[in-house]
Design a protein around this ligand. Structure first.
Ligand SMILES: [Zn+2]
Length: 384
């Protein structure tokens, strides 16, 4: 740990002088691959009929099949539209429509269902949600989502191949008409080109561990783990809100650490919660580290989709290009600060943060965040 700490701190010190905040903002946007979805996003829902004698593997060895049709699934998806409406602050509406059923072919590959559903989808349909009428086996993935190719507007799903596929589990009769919806929300996040996130500890374990309770793209079932009656996912990270145009650049404070002497505290940044509409502060603070790496700092309010959290607090993530995966980015939760003012040193970054008390006043949830960068001498002193 010590060697890593010193190396990263030295990197900060030795970087060439910054050429200005706008360059960092452009670099941040380039890493995020900004892509705004249509304001009205029309989705067709299709059931994928899975034969009773399907070969074991993806599907569980049960003969039970969903007996509801696509229109009954559409009836249950209202909260998903509400969720994205909330996090886009009204900028984005998903409209669900029932499509014709499709059938799994002899390959047993659900892509055969997805391809059929895309091929027959209407010209104004931007994506298809294919739900298998059979449950996946417990050791298999719940589903997947993909953003598809960009194409000329209006970009029909039959051309872009924009789609989500999931197994039947969340719509089985035991849920009555009140299904868990966090999986659909998560896969739609992939459609919006949002990557997974993990805590730094989870990421360090090497495997794909989705263990952050703050992010629909990580532990999407976190609210239900706390309260079995919950159906939806946690909220959306600010970095992802920005990537789809739901959090403007003018709501972000970019702070270049190289403009501040070592050990000197940066002026406090007033942060309002990511779910806020307030003009009283920034919804996101971004600190460029160089090498296309950024630290993002945001205030997560413990309410609505995030009311499973113990308290409101500041989340700090490292956002960096992903290894071996062109154009993707890693998002790592490095720590969460809550409540009273205290300092914390981010081991990997040579930065120290101080977070003020979280103020809650009606709809407004806000706090002040300061940081300073630590010099090599100090880093060695801290570690010794
Ligand atoms: Zn995923």
């Amino acid at each position: 740990m010590r060697r890593k700490f010193v190396v990263v701190s030295a990197l900060l010190v030795s970087c060439a002088p910054s050429t200005g905040g706008e360059v960092s903002a452009d670099d941040f946007d380039a890493l995020l691959r900004l892509r705004t979805p249509p304001a009205i996003d029309v989705w067709e829902v299709a059931l994928c009929r899975v034969p009773a004698d399907v070969e074991a593997g993806l599907y569980a060895p049960f003969e039970e099949r969903l007996e509801i049709d696509a229109s009954e699934i559409v009836d249950r998806l209202g909260p998903v539209s509400d969720y994205f409406g909330r996090w886009s602050q009204g900028a984005y509406t998903i409209e669900w429509r029932a499509g014709a059923p499709v059938a799994l072919d002899s390959s047993g590959d659900p892509m055969s269902c997805v391809d059929q559903a895309l091929d027959v989808s209407g010209g104004d349909v931007r994506g298809v949600l294919v739900v298998a009428d059979a449950q996946h086996d417990t050791d298999q993935i719940g589903g997947w989502g993909r953003p598809g190719a960009e194409c000329d507007e209006p970009c029909a799903a039959s051309t872009s191949r924009r789609a989500v596929y999931i197994g039947a589990s969340d719509f089985m009769p035991q849920w009555n008409d009140d299904p868990p919806l966090d999986l659909v929300q998560h896969e739609l996040g992939h459609v919006l080109d949002w990557p997974h996130s993990a805590t730094a500890d989870g990421f360090a374990n090497g495997a794909e561990v989705y263990d952050s309770p703050f992010d629909v793209m990580s532990d999407s079932a976190a609210p239900r783990t706390i309260d079995p009656d919950r159906r939806g996912a946690p909220g959306v990270l600010a970095v992802n809100l920005h990537s789809v145009g739901w959090l403007d650049r003018n709501e972000i404070e970019f702070v270049d650490p190289k403009r501040h002497p070592i050990d000197e505290w940066h002026d406090a940044t007033r942060l309002v919660s990511t779910d806020s509409r307030s003009d009283d502060g920034s919804r996101l603070m971004v600190i460029p580290l160089g090498d296309r790496r950024f630290v993002t700092v945001e205030l997560v309010a413990a309410r609505n989709d995030n009311d499973h959290l113990r308290s409101s607090g500041v989340s700090i993530h490292l956002v960096e290009p992903a290894d071996n995966n062109e154009g993707r980015r890693n998002v790592l939760l490095t720590d969460t600060l809550v409540g009273e003012e205290r300092s914390w040193t981010w081991n990997d970054g040579g930065l120290e943060f101080a977070v003020g008390a979280v103020v809650e006043d009606g709809e407004l949830v806000a706090t002040d965040v300061r940081f300073r960068r630590l010099g090599t001498d100090r880093v060695e002193r801290v570690d010794d």
